[in-house]
Design a protein around this ligand. Structure first.
Ligand code: CP
Ligand code: NVA
Length: 323
């Protein structure tokens, strides 16, 4: 049905009930990796998924390629600089071509507006595989890992420290409150989530019983936290600011002093790649509270569920057991 295509461009594109459904499907597919086949011939009739990278990647590339193969499909990986998009051809025209050949478009890019333009011109699902403002696929994996270790997400306190103006901070905030969590974000003044992101998060929190705290005080964020998360202080594209950033975020490191303030059974997340000794200490990321390897593995399971769910909801495939 034209117009019914579902996309996943930012965390709040899934309602609270939909996010829970995707996470449940991910757990089901983790236990039975080949049980859902939306890209097999009897599904959409289109096997190929375009996976476009404007920035480098290890986890995202491998998890999408593996997940697409597991589900009967073929991943067409387009590396930075390999296609006409961005320099010789508009996003809109690219979408109009791709939607006639592939079953889903996965794209890692800079500006979120590009993803919106891609989705507006595509009748197949478009998935944000990281942009400057959000990394929503990562958060599905993170929440799945937390759920595995803690049981219920609703009511947990999740604290993010560091560069609180980046894609991961925004996604922790939006995905966390969608799950009904109490999300605390700490970073230096000037490096906190934008007002419109905070407003969207508060609106979502009011629906789910979650809450939002934005602070420059790392200790305030950490006290009693059930989940402690961080990310690199130097995101892709910010390499020229590296020295300044290393100073700027110094007081927001997730080290053993920080972890002493969190709950005794707190778990630690980091989307990776990690820089030990900066945003996270080696003893914490390599220690018993760290669940970063489960988190990384869950990229595969969460994205498979997301792709299957989007195909199902867009009327392009049928997945048993989904509403
Ligand atoms: N966490 C994450 O997205 O890793 P990659 O940049 O390696 O894909
Ligand atoms: N904030 C980081 C995340 C990497 C997965 C970046 O954008 O580079």
């Amino acid at each position: 049905v034209p117009g019914s295509t579902r996309h996943f461009l930012k965390d709040t594109d899934l309602s609270p009930a939909e996010q829970a459904e995707v996470l449940e499907l991910a757990a089901r597919m983790k236990a039975a990796p080949y049980s859902v086949q939306p890209f097999a011939a009897q599904g959409s009739g289109r096997k190929t998924v375009a996976v476009i990278f404007d920035k480098t990647s290890t986890r995202t590339r491998v998890s999408f390629a593996t997940g697409i193969a597991d589900m009967g499909g073929n991943a067409l990986i387009i590396n930075p600089g390999e296609a006409q998009i961005g320099h010789k051809e508009s996003v809109e025209d690219t979408a109009r071509v791709l939607e006639r050949m592939v079953s889903t478009i996965v794209w890692r890019t800079g500006a979120h507006s590009g993803l919106v333009a891609m989705a507006e011109n595509s009748k197949v699902p478009v998935i944000n595989a990281l942009c400057d403002d959000y990394h929503p696929c990562q958060l599905l994996a993170d929440l799945l890992a937390v759920k595995e270790h803690k049981g219920e997400l609703k009511g947990l306190t999740m604290s993010y420290l560091g560069d609180a103006a980046n894609n991961m901070a925004n996604s922790y905030l939006l995905a966390g409150v969608t799950a009904g969590m109490h999300v605390r974000i700490a970073g230096p003044a000037g490096y906190l989530p934008a007002a419109e992101i905070v407003a969207a998060a508060k609106e979502r929190a009011a629906e789910t019983g979650g809450s939002v705290l934005i602070t420059t005080d790392a200790k305030e964020a950490l006290r009693g936290a059930d989940v402690v998360a961080t990310d690199t202080w130097v995101s892709m594209g910010q390499e020229a600011e590296k020295e300044a950033r290393m100073q700027l975020f110094r007081d927001y490191s997730v080290d053993s002093d920080a972890m002493a303030l969190a709950a005794d059974d707190a778990v630690v997340l980091h989307c990776l790649p990690a820089y030990r000794g900066y945003e996270i200490s080696a003893d914490v990321i390599d220690g018993p509270q760290s669940i970063v390897w489960d988190e990384a593995e869950n990229r595969l399971h969460a994205q498979k569920a997301l792709m299957a769910w989007l195909m199902h909801r867009s009327g392009l495939a049928f997945v048993e057991g989904l509403s």
